[in-house]
Design a protein around this ligand. Structure first.
Ligand SMILES: Nc1ncnc2c1ncn2[C@@H]1O[C@H](COP(=O)(O)OP(=O)(O)OP(=O)(O)O)[C@@H](O)[C@H]1O
Ligand SMILES: CC(C)(CO)[C@@H](O)C(=O)NCCC(=O)O
Ligand SMILES: [K+]
Length: 250
């Protein structure tokens, strides 16, 4: 089956045969359009008849993906965050409003750790979610990811766009583009290190899980114990599949 992670910048997918995951494939989306690239990929995935989708994108994109899957004769499931499920208790007063990517990633981390977890996802947004030793979600936070952060500043001022790359030596910036890039980096690191410090004090977490498109970029600059895992959302989808359809979902 197909496992799909539809975020606010990119659509990512992997195939799951009950034992192994195929390498991740990614297409960016823009202006509410899935783009023709995905349709081309879908036609090559005709051996998949089912899909499970983690979707936090706008309705227009969700509808476009639903239509593309229908058209390819792929039956799809669109889980929402439950009040209780996958080993976790959701702390939101309206459980379904917790982004399903957040719930799935935390559930996947907790299923491995079996103890308190602090999951940090650096994507279009940076999110932090915590659960205790019993799998009770403690809540979390949502902040702009590094790119939207520096883009917002460029849009509201006469400032240029941030540089695309960090300099190889991390010092104080001596031009505007690098200064904006460095500001985004330090904002993200500060948020993450501070969140982890609280997770350590409040829950005894020994490391933070780091996931999302920005994880590889940020990890070298973070001064906390980390467990990198780019598959948390996908593995959360597998847990959901197993919980709702048993061990033989294919
Ligand atoms: N070279 C880089 N310079 C600056 N930022 C980078 C770089 N590489 C990755 N990033 C960061 O990674 C962040 C997340 O990337 P991206 O939006 O692709 O993540 P994602 O997890 O696919 O997001 P979503 O799930 O919302 O689609 C970007 O916002 C950006 O901050
Ligand atoms: C915060 C994002 C955008 C992160 O992908 C997503 O999880 C989302 O749209 N969440 C809904 C709001 C919430 O989680 O409270
Ligand atoms: K993400």
């Amino acid at each position: 089956m197909l496992l799909i992670d539809l975020g606010n910048s990119r659509l990512k997918w992997r195939q799951w045969d009950g034992q192994t995951l195929s390498p991740v494939e990614t297409v960016p989306h823009q202006d509410g359009q899935l783009g023709s690239a995905f349709a081309v990929h879908l036609s090559a995935l005709s051996n998949s008849h089912k899909a499970s989708v983690s979707c936090v994108a706008r309705p227009q994109l969700r509808d476009a993906l639903e239509r593309a899957l229908d058209h390819a004769d792929i039956e799809s499931e669109w889980p929402a965050s439950p009040a209780h499920g996958l080993g976790l208790s959701n702390s939101y007063s309206q459980p379904e409003r917790l982004g399903v990517d957040r719930f799935l990633a935390l559930a996947a981390a907790y299923s491995v750790a079996g103890s308190a977890c602090c999951v940090i996802d650096v994507g279009t947004a940076t999110t932090v979610d915590l659960c205790d030793d019993q799998g009770i979600h403690q809540g979390g936070l949502i902040a702009p990811g590094p790119v939207p952060l520096s883009q917002a500043l460029s849009q509201q001022t006469a400032l240029p766009r941030a540089a695309d790359q960090m300099p190889s030596q991390l010092g104080w910036a001596t031009n505007t583009e690098q200064a904006l890039q460095l500001g985004a980096l330090h904002t993200a690191c500060g948020l993450i290190e501070r969140s982890f410090k609280l997770a350590q004090i409040q829950l005894g977490c020994e490391y933070a899980w780091l996931t999302g498109g920005g994880a590889a970029w940020l990890a070298p600059y973070l001064d906390i114990p980390l467990k990198r895992d780019d598959d948390l959302v996908f593995r959360g989808l597998i847990l959901h599949q197993q919980e709702t359809h048993g061990l033989d979902p294919l």
